[in-house]
Structure formats: C-alpha cells, structure tokens
Write a protein that binds this ligand. Structure first.
Ligand code: ZN
Length: 466
C-alpha cells in the first residue's frame, strides 16, 4: 500500500493492508488482515438492508452504527447500537435477502439475550472499547502508527467476537426468531435458509478449516431442515428482493471486490461486461493497481451517465488527491459534498484537500468543513487530526493543541489527550469554549492528582462549582 499521498478516503477501503503494515507482528488473537473500513456508500446500503429488521425487532435504526470489518472470514454480529459485517460475508452473499437473513439471525441473538458473547468477553478481560468509542477510532487507527496499540486491541476484539460461540439451542432459537423477524419486516426467510444451506457442505470439513462463523454457528442438516420448514410456512416466503436492492447489492460487492481484490476484480468483471457494477469495479481495481489514468477514464464515462452520483465524484477526488493532483481534487470533492451534504466522510475528504492547498482562505474553509463533519461525527479521529494540522498552518496553536487532544481522546490514548489538553488550556483564553472543552478532556481522561490540583489552582472548576 505505497502511494504518493495518504488520503483519508484511501483509508476508506484499503485500510486492511495499511493496518497490517502498521501492526507489524500480529497479536495472537488477531485474525488475518482484520480492520475496520469506512465507506459512506456501503454503510448506507447496509443500513438500508438492516433497517426493516431492526424496526421489526423494536430497535431504532437511527441509533445503530454500521461497522464494516475488513476480513475474509464470514461473520456478522449485532451488539447494542452496532451492527457489524465482515466484507467476506458480503462478498459471499448472493442477494440482499441472504444478507438480511444473517442480519435477522444476529439481531435475534441480541434481542434473545444470548449473552454468551458479553460473558465471554468479560471473562477474557476484553474491553469492547470500539462499541463505546465509536467508529472514528478506526479511521485513525489505520492512519497513524502511534495508534497501533489501539488497533492491536481492536483486532483481537473482533477476532474474539468472531470466535464467540453460542450453544446449539441458542442457534436454533436465533434461527426461529430470525425467521419471525424477517416475516414481520415483510421479508422472505428464504435467503436465511439458503445461505446456511450453501455452507452446509462445510460439515464435511474438519473444524479448523471451517469459517469461524460456522464454528460459532454450527450448521447441521437438521438445523437447516428445521429452518427451511419454518420459513416456507411464513406468509412472506415468496417475497423477492426489489430491483433497487439487487442493484445496490451488486454495487456494494463490486466496490469491495475492486478495493480488496483488484487483481481478481479485473478478470471477474470482464471488459465485455458493460454493466454499471462491472465498470465501477474495474475503475476501482485500476486505481488500486496504481493505474490512475485508466481508472479516471472509466470514472469519467460513468459520470457522463450519472453526473449526480456523489460516490463517483468522491472516487474521482480521492484518486486525484492520492496522486498528488490536489488542485484538481478540489472540484470533484466539492461536487460530492454538494450532492450529499449529510455525509461527514465526504466533507472530511474535502477538508483534507482544502487544507493541503496552502492557501490561507482555503485552509480556513477546510477548517469549517472539518468542523461541520465533526458536529455529525464527534468521534471522527481523522477529522480531529486534520483539524490540528489546519490550525497549525493558521498559527492557531491553542486550537491545534486542543484538536490533538481530541484526536487522542477519541483513539483512546488518555495520557496524550491529557498532555495536549493541558497545553491547550495554557494557550487558550479562558473565555473561549475551547478552554472549557480542554478542561473537560483532562477531567475525562483519568487525570493525576497533580493535574487535578493544577486545574483547581487555576480556578477551572470554580466556574462550575460556584
Ligand atoms: Zn448464530
């Protein structure tokens, strides 16, 4: 993963390799190339797939974060406020309905109170910090060597999640409850039964060769049969995926293939295949194979057909930025933001380009874009790091220290968060909201007795206690 410049969105889908590089020797519990991936387009599709099932389970989808884990292992999990998907699972699913089947099964584990995961996690002394800290962590982890320690933690955490087992009884209960959820959501349970059936052949493999998912979700012929009988009896069994959902599923798979398996994607999506997903996959694959001109040419053609597609503009901007054509990257990134103003990641891309342009007015505009993104995703550590860089360029040292404190706070480095927040307090006027925020960060980051004394001496707490 050597490229001319480190772009945020490159993190987006190619983070797997970066992460492995950063990590060096892998922690024992970590599975091969596991890391989190951010991508607005895919997150939206996955949320759309999950939405009806979450709703049927009485969970408000607005409170659920979609987690995309870069791993070939088939796995998915539902935890409070989080729905996680391995890229391997998405790539192995043929239809949205199959994916929804797995989602329903996992949500049923969650709502059924099958707490094996939590108990085992506690027993193993693991801190599910990602669940509490949010997604921004991930992006930061991939981008900065200093956060490698945190990544090691996350990798073993996900490794553990994948390996957590449920009892056979819990499995069949999750199957049945999952089927009920699907039907309640107006969806067919056929995908659920078929997906598990496809992998039943794994019964003949020895344990070690099975996908981890099926070590934790053992599939027997009896189980598949029981599930099939159940879903066939439900009223919505004959419902099929909408053409729109099928198209989005194909786009999601094409994108993942292009980013994660570019060499394979070039042959899998043949030159003769002129469908949108095929051309999209090839464009991304050429970009990953370091043929930016070829990629850009394909993207231009796609943009001719879909000039209103924010993700095509995002991709174009990403390639240009990464290949040090920063000035050219600005316009496409502006377009992507204009077309999708509610997507913080697109805004962070734009902010990153603006602050790289070395023009004071643009840097200031970049700050505004990053701030806007951070109001939507307060825990986006990459945005905080970029913000620190921007304030540095503008000579606003106190704000730069504060942004660095935020960055460290959100990646979970409490010590560095305290150090930078203390510096920010020294540099910022007490009248600025940033000064108070710096104080809060110190207080929330396990301050030492001395630090608390210092805060008290400066009367920081007096404004609150009086
Ligand atoms: Zn299960």
């Amino acid at each position: 993963m050597v490229s001319p410049a480190r772009s945020l969105s490159r993190l987006a889908l190619s983070l797997v390799l970066t992460a492995a590089m950063v990590l060096g020797p892998r922690p024992a519990a970590a599975q091969e190339g596991m890391s989190l991936i951010r991508d607005t387009e895919i997150e939206e599709i996955l949320l759309k797939d999950s939405q009806p099932i979450l709703q049927a389970a009485g969970i408000d989808a607005r409170n659920v974060e979609i987690l995309l884990v870069g791993s070939k292992e088939l796995n998915a999990f539902a935890a409070p406020r989080v729905m996680g998907f391995n890229t391997g699972l998405i790539l192995e699913s043929d239809t949205p309905n199959e994916l929804q089947g797995v989602i329903a099964h996992e949500v049923a584990h969650l709502t059924g109170g099958h707490s094996a995961r939590r108990d085992e996690m506690n027993r193993a002394g693991m801190k599910p910090f990602l669940l509490t800290m949010g997604l921004g962590v991930l992006a930061a982890l991939a981008g900065s060597p200093e956060a490698a320690a945190g990544l090691a933690g996350s990798a073993s955490y996900f490794g553990a999640l994948g390996a957590m087992g449920f009892s056979r009884e819990q499995e069949s209960r999750a199957d049945q409850a999952g089927a009920t959820l699907l039907d309640k959501a107006g969806l067919s349970g056929r995908g659920l039964a078929e997906f598990f059936d496809n992998f039943r052949y794994q019964e003949v493999f020895d344990e070690a060769r099975r996908f981890a998912y099926f070590r934790s979700h053992p599939i027997s012929s009896d189980r598949v049969e029981a599930l099939r009988r159940r879903v066939e009896a439900l009223p919505n069994y004959h419902k099929t995926d909408s053409p729109e959902a099928l198209a989005e599923h194909a786009i999601m798979k094409a994108k993942l293939d292009g980013f994660l398996n570019p060499q394979v994607a070039i042959t899998k999506y043949a030159e003769t295949d002129t469908s949108y997903p095929a051309r999209y996959a090839r464009a991304i694959a050429y970009y990953q194979l370091k043929e930016p001109d070829r990629a850009l040419k394909l993207i231009e053609a796609l943009l001719q057909e879909q000039p209103e597609n924010p993700y095509l503009w995002e991709l174009k901007g990403q390639i240009l930025f990464e290949y040090a054509r920063t000035q050219e990257a600005e316009e496409p990134q502006r377009r992507s933001v204009a077309l999708k103003p509610d997507a913080p990641l697109l805004r962070v891309n734009l902010g990153q380009t603006l602050i790289a342009l070395d023009d004071k007015a643009k840097v200031q505009e970049g700050v505004a874009e990053l701030r806007k993104a951070l109001t939507q995703e307060e825990d986006n550590a990459v945005a905080w790091r970029l913000l620190a860089e921007a304030y540095d360029k503008l000579g606003r040292d106190g704000q730069a220290r504060l942004a660095t404190a935020e960055y460290n706070f959100w990646i979970g480095d409490r010590r560095q968060a305290r150090v930078f927040a203390m510096r920010a307090r020294e540099m910022l006027p007490k009248t600025e909201p940033g000064w108070r925020r710096a104080t809060d960060i110190v207080l929330a980051s396990e301050p030492s007795r001395d630090e608390l004394r210092e805060l008290a001496r400066e009367g920081s707490t007096s404004s609150r206690t009086r």
